[in-house]
Design a protein around this ligand. Structure first.
Ligand code: CA
Length: 224
């Protein structure tokens, strides 16, 4: 699972993209202005951005140019398919470019390729104790046996393994597991952690998910 920010002012298209990416197992937030995109990036970690260029409060290329590294990979999406616009976008630091109209399957495939690039959050396998997580397949395995996890449980363990031995605040977990629009019940994160903890225990994981009361959660290798 990746968390993707869709910046597109055509509401219908934004909805189609968000639904299409959600069907691929991604968590999507859609915003319609550059200002909202800037806010979203400040408020939550994103793995990738799908960016329209013609937006009500400015040109996506200027916004793109102003983003400092490290930033998530950006797929530029635009009706402007003229060669010079394409070059301008790539010069400004776009990671890929897709002219409209496009097939949803092509957008999904290009985004997958961007998320897999070396140096992105998505590339390397994570290991803690006898537990391994493969970001590309979203599979968790213990001693070679794959665990049966829901999409949210897989996202949760990914987040905790990426910050092993550190407390991950509940608010950060919420922002990674749920889009801004989803209503999150107060104990939703706790319920997810409990289910994940039980599945890990049953599978013999040499890993513990500690609850840090009032703060968040932390994954540690057992006995560490
Ligand atoms: Ca537009």
């Amino acid at each position: 699972m990746a968390r993707v920010l869709v910046v597109e002012d055509n509401e219908r298209l934004a909805g189609l993209i968000a639904d299409g990416l959600a069907a691929q197992g991604h968590v999507c937030d859609a915003v319609s202005t550059l200002a909202a995109a800037t806010d979203a990036l400040r408020d939550a970690p994103f793995d990738g951005i799908v960016l329209d260029l013609g937006l009500p409060d400015g040109d996506g290329i200027d916004w793109l140019r102003a983003r400092r590294a490290p930033r998530p990979p950006i797929l530029v999406l635009t009706a402007r398919d003229a060669l010079e616009d394409r070059i301008r976008g790539l010069d400004a630091g776009a990671d890929d470019y897709l002219p409209k109209p496009f097939a949803m399957s092509e957008l999904a495939a290009r985004l997958r390729a961007l998320l897999r690039r070396p140096g992105t959050r998505q590339d390397a396998q994570l290991t803690l104790g006898n537990v391994t997580f493969d970001p590309a397949s979203q599979r968790v395995a213990i001693g070679g046996i794959t665990l049966d996890l829901t999409r949210r449980e897989a996202a949760l363990i990914e987040l905790l393994l990426r910050r092993a031995d550190q407390v991950v605040r509940r608010a950060v977990i919420e922002s990674c597991l749920y889009t801004f629009d989803e209503a999150v019940t107060p104990n939703a994160v706790e319920a997810n952690v409990s289910r994940l903890r039980r599945k890990l225990e049953e599978a013999g994981a040499a890993l513990e998910l500690h609850t840090i009361r009032g703060v968040g959660y932390m994954a540690r290798a057992r006995g560490a």
